[in-house]
Design a protein. Structure first.
Lengths: 517, 331
């Protein structure tokens, strides 16, 4: 029987080549959008760093970064101005700046810039304003747009990379200008403003029937004092609204311009890709330029030749030989059950490992077996440096326990620790292949719906990114998309990235086995 | 035991799924629960494989054993406001006039916090609702709430609004909602993964909730991976026992008809990638351990749900509900 090697579905989708997007001097804004928890901010930071180290002057505008990620780009305090990120490689002539959006500060700045001192103070002291600016629904979206517009207007940066707010529907920021517009055009604002502007009675008269119908319910609903606060606020903001609207519209058009590249970020999970599909459709409807999909946390395997069901069958064959402990965990020598002192346990581990490698000709791979009993530690400690390899449980290693020796290669001795260890490796692999198959199915469904969307995949890392080196590695993974999804490419890829970043290759070369699902 | 269960968690941790599983788990033994969605994503409908939920409480599942029922409601802020105007002020026609003026738009999308007031208000109304016999209509209301980063503000919005509107009906309504939310009738549960960022967010979120005097419930650790190999075993496979592992692998492949002999290099070439995967596994386990320790430090009831390798489906949801019950979530 052969193990079919087969390229996976990636070649059906166009491959997103990110470097030309980042390098193109006409690209001025990159917007990363996607649902929560898919690595949007990490992607934005990694892209910013990569673009900067390839020679562009970049500012990354993040909305709500996780603390350690913020620290990794040097913005551990809330700060509303771009700060230079230390530690970036500037040899290509680029620079990296980063900033975190401070909603209230941004709002206050607008007020201060567009109203005279007295009016500004009236607004800033208004309780309604204070709540609004501190970040209720929608404010974050407006302010993100506002800040983006400001940064772009300053024209100090070649490239602005922005991640979108973690809003309830993550494209709310696209609605910001429209919503503001419909509110400002609406009659409601006139009703609200009329009494404050013209003074109670005059307002009533001016609005006639409309106001008499409305003032009752509004008063009843909101209470006179809140209504008054809102009215004062709206009246004070009146002169600024036009400016708000003009700028929001301008930013919206900026987003539609060819200098903008939207990246939809997702993980290969059903919900995240469903949201991604929604974003793709929404961006198309708004005529926003989509560069492609960044698919984070994709699993790969350097052993994709071995399908899940085969790996499981092989694992079972070994465990049958071992008297079957199908769900047993090969226990940790560093934490044998009931073993007390952690220090002693650690010493044992390193001692054990060293000894095992010193005596690699010892076919039973001694260290593991006695770990079951938790006696390995004491034994090693009892006889340190004796040079005598421990040969545990001779009964387990004897040929009798090998099933039917019909001219098959004799294994180390199925039934011993090596068999269980190998079975563990195979079971882990089966698990990995199942994940791979599931991710591929999920992604293929997306690709079938949106074959026009170019995709870049980023391999799953075991841990989170905390520093520039980590972001750099993500940037490299993002840029290093295999041009053609060949198995050779996958293996070579896994070899190179594995050394640098402890990751496996891309999810290419998946076997078609897909059984066990 | 609490009657309003607010389920939050960082994006991607599966809070909608856990909320749904909790609704199922609490509906056992003939109870009736209401699963409430506030973010307009129709995640519940997708999970239960039904069409989009209207703004109406409808039965979505029957709990296994004992005839319990799960109802679901996707709260729509605008409809909730009109409801509310109708219910409290009999403002039927004025409500329509307000809508025409754009006041409803203003209230539900722009006015600070009103939207969140409406969403929490509707959920609290369902908690307090009684039938003619004076019994609660729902034994439990489970809310699929906004993510951890926004949950405290979301729940506390009524406090803020009560401060803004210092008198009048909005003030009273906000205070009434806040009384429910801060009482032992409510429990806020956070869903997390054993990964750095979600754990960090959970720890921060709990601190925020406690500072705001909101009642914290439990932590649900989702997608826990089974431990298959430990670090030491993997190092042995990579170093001392590498040759034996290759040999054993060849034997196993041969035994299962994969031709370990006919492809002489196969087993050997598989060892390194398999060991690499095993290292990732143990690295991940180490991260999970430290995450678990941090979660344990919060001193809260904790529930663990295993990763469903083939992805989430309806059967998986029922399994999760069973698991939650087994771990005492209904006690």
């Amino acid at each position: 029987m052969t193990l079919p090697d087969q390229a996976n579905g990636l070649d059906k989708a166009a491959v997103l080549d990110i470097d030309p997007v980042l390098d193109n001097p006409r690209t001025r804004i990159v917007v990363c959008c996607g649902s929560g928890g898919v690595g949007k901010t990490t992607t934005a930071a990694a892209l910013g760093l990569r673009a900067a180290e390839r020679g562009r002057k970049v500012v990354v505008l993040t909305i709500d970064p996780a603390r350690r990620l913020a620290q990794s780009i040097g913005i551990d305090a809330l700060d509303n101005v771009p700060r230079r990120v230390p530690g970036t490689d500037t040899s290509a002539g680029g620079e990296l700046y980063a900033m975190m959006l401070d909603m209230k500060r941004t709002f206050d700045e607008i007020v201060e810039a567009h109203a005279d001192v007295e009016r500004a103070r009236a607004i800033l002291e208004n309780p309604f304003y204070q709540s609004l600016s501190a970040g209720f629904a929608g404010t974050q979206e407006y302010m993100a747009m506002e800040k983006l517009g400001q940064l772009r207007a300053r024209d100090e940066w070649d490239l602005i990379v922005v991640d979108t707010p973690p809003s309830r529907s993550a494209l709310d920021f696209l609605d910001a200008p429209g919503r503001l517009g419909s509110f400002l055009d609406g009659k409601f604002i006139k009703v609200l403003m009329a009494p404050a502007k013209l003074g109670g009675r005059a307002g009533m008269k001016f609005l006639g029937v409309g106001m008499s119908v409305m003032s009752g319910p509004l008063n009843k609903l909101m209470g006179a004092q809140l209504l008054r606060d809102v009215q004062t606020f709206v009246a004070a903001m009146d002169t600024m609204f036009g400016g708000f609207r003009t700028r929001a519209d301008a930013t919206y058009r900026l987003l539609q311009a060819p200098g903008t590249a939207f990246l939809v970020v997702a993980a290969p999970e059903r919900d995240a890709l469903r949201e991604a599909a929604y974003f793709v459709e929404r961006l198309a409807a708004e005529r926003m330029p989509l560069a492609g999909l960044v698919l984070n946390r994709v699993h790969g395997s350097g052993a994709a030749r071995l399908p899940a069901d085969r790996a499981l069958a092989a694992a079972e064959a070994l465990l049958d030989g071992a008297g079957g402990q199908p769900s047993a965990t090969v226990p940790a020598p560093s934490a044998p059950p009931g073993e007390g002192a952690g220090g002693a346990g650690e010493a044992t581990t390193s001692g054990d490992t060293r000894r095992t490698s010193d005596t690699s000709e010892n076919l039973d791979g001694g260290g593991i077996v006695d770990r079951d009993s938790g006696q390995a530690g004491s034994r090693t400690v009892d006889a340190p440096g004796t040079g005598t390899p421990t040969v545990p449980h001779p009964s387990e290693g004897t040929p009798e326990s090998t099933p039917e020796s019909r001219g098959l290669p004799q294994p180390a001795s199925p039934g011993d620790s090596t068999a269980r260890l190998t079975a563990g490796l195979l079971r882990l692999h089966a698990e990995r292949m199942r994940v791979l198959a599931r991710e591929r199915r999920t992604r293929d469904r997306f690709t079938a719906l949106h074959p026009e969307v170019a995709v870049a995949e980023v391999t799953a890392l075991p841990g989170d990114v905390h520093d520039l080196a980590g972001l750099r590695a993500i940037g490299e993974l993002l840029a290093a998309q295999p041009a053609a999804a060949t198995v050779e490419g996958a293996v070579a890829h896994s070899g190179t990235t594995g050394a640098a970043t402890e990751v496996t290759g891309d999810a290419v070369g998946t076997s078609d086995g897909d059984a066990g699902q | 035991m609490s009657r309003l269960h607010v389920v939050s968690g960082k994006g991607g941790t599966g809070k909608t799924t856990v909320a749904a599983a909790l609704a199922l788990a609490l509906a056992a033994e003939g109870r009736r629960t209401l699963l409430v969605e506030v973010e307009g994503r129709q995640g519940i409908a997708q999970l239960f494989e039904t069409e989009a939920l209207p703004y109406e409480e409808r039965r979505i599942a029957v709990a296994p054993g004992g005839g319990g029922e799960v109802f679901a409601l996707a709260i729509d802020a605008e409809r909730a406001l009109l409801d509310y105007l109708q219910m409290f002020y009999k403002l039927g026609s004025a409500g329509r006039a307000l809508k025409k003026l754009g006041a409803i738009d203003f209230a539900t999308t722009i006015a600070p916090g009103l939207r969140d007031v409406l969403l929490t208000g509707k959920a609290c109304e369902a908690v307090r609702r009684k039938d003619r016999a004076g019994r609660f209509v729902y034994d439990h209301v489970i809310m699929d709430a906004p993510p951890t980063g926004r949950i405290t503000r979301f729940l506390n919005v009524n406090d803020e609004v009560a401060g803004l509107a210092r008198i009048g009906p909005i003030h009273n309504q906000a205070q009434a909602v806040m009384r429910v939310l801060k009482s032992p009738e409510t429990a806020v549960h956070l869903v997390t993964l054993l990964e750095e960022m979600p754990v960090q967010e959970t720890v921060d979120g709990i601190a925020e909730l406690r500072a705001a005097q909101l009642p914290v419930g439990g932590i649900v650790i989702n997608m826990v991976r089974p431990e298959i190999l430990d670090e030491a075993a993997v190092e042995v496979a990579a170093n001392g026992a590498r040759a034996e592992v290759a040999e054993t692998l060849r034997y196993a492949l041969e035994r299962t008809g994969l031709g370990g002999n006919r492809h002489p290099g196969l087993a050997e070439s598989l060892v390194d990638p398999l060991v690499t995967q095993a290292r990732e596994h143990t690295e991940r386990l180490a991260l999970e351990r430290s995450g678990r320790t941090e979660i344990a430090g919060l001193g809260l009831p904790t529930y663990e749900l295993e990763l469903l390798g083939d992805g989430m489906d309806l059967a998986g949801l029922y399994r999760m509900a069973r698991e939650l019950r087994k771990q005492g979530v209904a006690r």
